[in-house]
Write a protein that binds this ligand. Structure first.
Ligand code: COA
Length: 565
């Protein structure tokens, strides 16, 4: 079937749907609604694709009548039947809805009011998830199931979607709600820590919640509940810091805030940054952040160690890489046989931190420090011969964050995870990818991945050898599967021969440092000479500039016209 994905951005969910549909043999193309300034332009771009079906997995724009009147157009709405409006997930998290859902409905004149094609419901986690984690997790899972059902139904000429009035509402109380305003998100430091954290997570990663810290108005993100505060502590007091995060007294306990943004309309730089870099906390007490916000957490079970690394949005700044390196060295020094390195349910890694680089006094120098710091992590993994290392993509990864995982001996992924194994920021890339990537997938496929710049999901990654195995989608089941897999690799016979083989490999070719030196010589030119537009690409990424056209590699419907791909 010829399917057009009409979207506001080629975001994580769209990438997952794109991979899934292509693997099922469909002819899939993408058009960015955001690249059009008027409805006529959008309609003629869609007409060029002449699709059998349009699916909108992530669309903030209105679909023009010229489009939905001519082509079957299905919106994937991140809310259950009857829910309408642009802030569905924000309300679901803020109001602690016990169940939520996703609905596939026809685009019609009124937003989210069309007849129903498919729907799925799920239990919401008890601990409030961030909106981004919910979106890329349970919502994406339900959305992919809805899309598969929609495609099957679209192939059936007898199928007609059912009017919303005729479908029972699986979740009570759903209704039309406006975009959630800041006034509804606002909190006071005199509120309870759990209620503040819930409010912040309902707006994370966007738009954040405005709050006042140390007399400055900022948008806050990346929150977790900390220890109980001593009686008499004034709410709003900065209690201390740990890593990127700072602790602030709420009524009953500390609220840890990992990231803040000083709004551009209030004179700030408008870039989301580690809170400890924005507020001067050097003189405040060094505390221990809750596990959810720590750069790395180690756990040992018998012969297996597991290091869970964590960077907000997967963006690993120089400081964050250094923190992880300290923990990684300690984990590698243990007498375990296998070390697993994994991320969180939300992110594995997206490589160097472009926000920190963009706002640094000397961005080129900061980028250089950052790439050498992340390379250190890769080198530690690649050159380890005392333990077998396993990297587990439990969540999405991009650019150098994928290559970081490839530095391990065994690489696995959770089903449904999307990897972007290429560099698309005017950078040659490093992270030892010239050493690891061709060894995994072969020189030809490595070159194709780096130049095509297309996402691969876990199943595609396994097919091309980018990962060795794919584990269950359910996060808890994946965790159990991962421990079992690591345990099986700890078997002395298997383990010793795998390490012997690694030693031989390391001895056979040029050392990893040779590859790193070659990569860094390219990166030096990218950073310091800016020969391939890194500064502009980075500024556009950090500033969230809207692209003025759909990237040629995604717009298959234009290839015959433009000759580009
Ligand atoms: N540095 C800083 N922030 C990053 C980042 C990075 N390397 N990678 C992702 N992010 C942030 C995004 O700005 C976005 O922030 P916000 O929503 O809080 O404002 C968030 O992470 C999610 O990223 P987004 O791009 O919306 O996710 P996606 O699923 O659509 O796309 C990627 C995933 C990996 C393709 C995309 O994030 C990307 O290209 N990242 C940059 C990778 C890179 O070039 N790294 C440097 C070279 S190693």
């Amino acid at each position: 079937m010829k399917i057009l994905l009409l979207v506001s951005a080629f975001n994580g969910l769209t990438q997952r749907v794109w991979c899934d549909l292509r693997r099922s043999g469909h002819d899939v193309s993408v058009e960015l609604a955001s690249a059009h300034t008027d409805e006529d332009g959008l309609a003629s771009a869609v007409a060029m694709a002449a699709p059998d079906l349009i699916i909108c997995p992530f669309l903030k724009h209105r679909v023009p009548q010229q489009v939905w009147g001519k082509f079957p157009t299905v919106i994937i709405h991140p809310g259950p039947i009857g829910d309408r409006g642009p802030s569905s997930l924000d309300y679901a998290i803020a109001e602690a809805a016990p169940r939520w859902g996703v609905t596939a409905l026809s685009a019609v004149e009124e937003m989210d009011a069309g007849p129903i094609w498919a729907h799925r419901e799920f239990d919401m986690p008890q601990d409030p998830p961030s909106k981004a984690a919910l979106y890329n997790g349970l919502v994406a899972d339900a959305a992919v199931e809805c899309v598969r059902e929609v495609v099957a139904k679209a192939a059936d000429p007898r199928f007609r979607p059912t009017s919303q009035d005729q479908v029972p509402r699986p979740i009570d109380g759903t209704r039309t709600r406006p975009s959630m305003p800041q006034s509804a998100r606002a909190f006071s430091w005199s509120d309870s820590a759990t209620s503040i954290v819930r409010r912040v997570r309902a707006a994370d990663s966007a738009p954040g919640v405005r709050g006042t810290i140390d007399g400055r108005v900022v948008s806050v993100y990346d929150a977790a509940v900390g220890e109980t505060v001593s009686p008499g502590t004034t709410p709003g007091t900065i209690l201390g810091h740990d890593g990127d995060a700072i602790a602030i007294a709420a009524r009953d306990a500390a609220v840890w805030i990992g990231h803040v943004k000083e709004p551009a309309n209030l004179g700030g730089n408008g870039v989301k940054l580690p809170a400890s870099a924005v507020f001067d906390v050097a003189d405040r007490p060094a505390l221990t952040a809750p596990a959810a916000l720590r750069a790395a957490r180690y756990e040992r079970r018998g012969d297996v160690g597991m290091l869970r690394i964590r960077a907000y949005n997967g963006a690993m700044s120089t400081r964050q890489c250094e923190r992880v390196a300290t923990e990684l060295r300690a984990a590698l020094a243990q007498d375990t046989r296998v070390l697993v390195v994994t991320g969180t349910d939300a992110f594995f890694s997206n490589g160097i931190n472009l926000n920190v680089i963009e706002t640094a006094p000397d961005p080129a120098a900061e980028a250089w420090a950052n790439i050498t710091a992340i390379n250190e992590l890769c080198t530690l993994l690649v050159s380890c011969v005392s333990q077998l290392t396993v990297a587990a993509f439990g969540a999405n990864a991009g650019a150098g964050g994928v290559m970081l995982g490839l530095a391990a001996d065994v690489v696995v992924a959770r089903s449904g995870v999307v990897l972007n194994p290429f560099y698309d920021m005017g950078l040659y890339g490093s992270e030892l990818h010239t050493y690891t990537l061709p060894r995994r997938v072969g020189a030809g496929t490595a070159q194709r991945l780096l130049t095509e710049k297309l996402p691969v999901d876990a199943d595609d990654a396994a097919r091309i050898g980018l990962v060795d195995a794919v584990g269950p989608r359910d996060a808890a089941a994946f965790d159990g599967w991962l421990w079992d897999l690591a345990e099986s690799h700890a078997n002395p016979q298997w383990h010793n021969s795998a390490l012997d083989q690694k030693l031989r490999l390391l001895g056979d070719a040029f050392p990893p440092a040779y590859y790193e030196a070659q990569e860094l010589s390219q990166m030096a030119r990218d950073f310091f000479e800016d020969r391939n537009g890194f500064a502009a690409a980075r500024a556009a990424f950090v500033g969230k500039h809207t692209p003025d056209r759909t990237p040629a590699r995604l717009a298959a419907h234009r290839w015959s016209l433009t000759g580009e791909r």
